[in-house]
Ligand binder design. Structure first.
Ligand code: 13P
Length: 248
């Protein structure tokens, strides 16, 4: 049985003091019955700090972005081998905030996934539609296009990727997709992956978008929802711990 994967995306939040308090609270309150994989995706300057805070805790380290280039004159960028140096296990690629605010396109996202895989880091490929796209009946077409670029570029390794479905209208809004809405998209993504890899049933597809302590269990009960990508609720230890406890 594949374990569920719960990833906290801290986004651009935190400080040395706040990170230490949060990770200590997670470690202190860890549910005895927890039976899922857990990671926290932290801002780059804090990778070294959080690497040592999570040491031997079972919490894996994740980064929020990676360069599509390997090295060189790319001011401000962080490469996959650099992330690897700090024990990074997962990296988000193609988060909608990067697609929308930083103009990342499907091709760049696919290259980022490729760089991560080459460095031995699992990319968490984020896909998702805007409210306008959903209302226009384009949800599946949009997420299929976003995923297709990654499959096309990473064909042989595609089973090493984690996919996160994050409807943009649900991010930070308190409007969670219903379990049925999320499951429908997850099933479509699974079918797309099955056409590319015999390992699709074992791949993990996460849901993200206002997942919280109250709705996590219902979302995670859907057959194709294998975990969560949690923003706001991952900054509050009791809430994140409740989500971890719900992931079985
Ligand atoms: P929220 O959980 O705050 O809606 O954020 C979701 C998200 O974007 C995680 O990557």
């Amino acid at each position: 049985m594949k374990k569920k994967l719960i990833v906290g995306n801290w986004k651009m939040n935190g400080s040395l003091a706040a990170n230490e308090a949060l990770v200590q609270a997670l470690r202190a309150g860890w549910p005895a019955a927890a039976d899922c994989d857990v990671a926290v995706a932290v801002p780059s300057p804090y990778l070294a700090q959080v690497q040592s805070l999570v040491d031997a805790s079972g919490i894996a380290l994740a980064a929020q972005d990676v360069s599509q280039h390997d090295a060189g004159a790319y001011t401000g960028e962080v490469s996959a081998p650099m992330l690897r140096d700090f024990g990074v296990r997962y990296v988000l690629v193609g988060h909608s905030e990067r697609r929308q605010l930083h103009g990342e396109g499907d091709a760049a996202v696919a290259e980022k996934a490729q760089r991560a895989l080459a460095a031995g880091i699992t990319p968490i490929v984020c896909v998702g539609e805007t409210l306008a796209e959903r209302e226009a009946g384009q949800t599946e077409a949009v997420v299929r296009r976003q995923l297709a670029a990654v499959v096309h570029r990473n064909g042989r390794c595609i089973s090493e990727v984690v996919v996160a479905y994050e409807p943009i209208w649900a991010i930070g809004t308190g409007h969670t997709a219903t379990p049925a809405q999320a499951q429908q998209v997850h099933a479509a993504l699974r079918a797309q992956l099955a056409a590319a890899s015999a390992h699709a049933p074992a791949m993990r597809l996460l849901y993200g978008g206002s997942m919280n302590a109250s709705n996590a269990a219902q979302l995670l009960a859907e057959p194709d929802i294998d975990g969560g990508l949690v923003g706001g609720a991952s900054l509050k230890a009791p809430d994140f711990l409740s989500i971890i406890a719900a992931a079985r």
